[in-house]
Write a protein that binds this ligand. Sequence first.
Ligand code: SF4
Length: 245
Amino acid sequence: MKVVFERPESLTPAPFRYCPGCGHSLIHRLLAESVDALGIREKTIGIAPVGCAVFAYDYFNFDMLEVAHGRPPAAATAMKKVLPDRIIFAYQGDGDLAAIGTAETVHAANRGERVTCIFVNNAVYGMTGGQMAPTTVVGQETTTSPGGRIPLRDGYPLDLSEMLGIAAGSVYIERTSVSNPKNILKTKKAIKKAFEVQLADKGFSMVEILSPCPTNWKMTPTEAARWVDETMTQFFPLKVIKDVA
Ligand code: SF4
């Protein structure tokens, strides 16, 4: 049987420049398919991060903005205030959302901003060469945690989604992964639901997606996907963290 993958309208024809096995390509596609399914392409505005997905504006066929490192939730807040009928999302990695942008993320969630964060967690600083990130798991080897992350020396992995779950203004937070077909389908459903929460004007929504970074993890794409399932989920269990939608 010949399988034909049609390009969603919300993706441009630009070929992805991500490494083989990187989760960003999959997540871009799932996001584009969700926007198409909801028929909101003409009113969607995305914000690209600083990080490996910095060129996201090349790939999405709707309005995109680039802002300073970690500031997408603040920029999303401003855009939603002046353009309340638009669907605004911030696409961010763990360095962008859970390190330099922690304050912006926490306050946007706590204020209950009607925006959506797509949080791509690959447990490492990808673009700058694989340094330890707040989400690097215990024992994980990075260029700045040789021998593996040791809590007494390096601190513990930060579970920002759980933290945001106790914020009064957060409405829907789910953690998924793109490590296998079942979880890929769940991720698409979660992204669509996050947009639906925004469409219903209910409050802050976020989907955290555990995503392989084979290059910095020094694994093959298959090993990286398995590592997400077997190791990363021990520290970041896949689940609905909050749903009061
Ligand atoms: S370095 Fe990692 S996150 Fe960046 S494009 Fe390559 S695989 Fe993806």
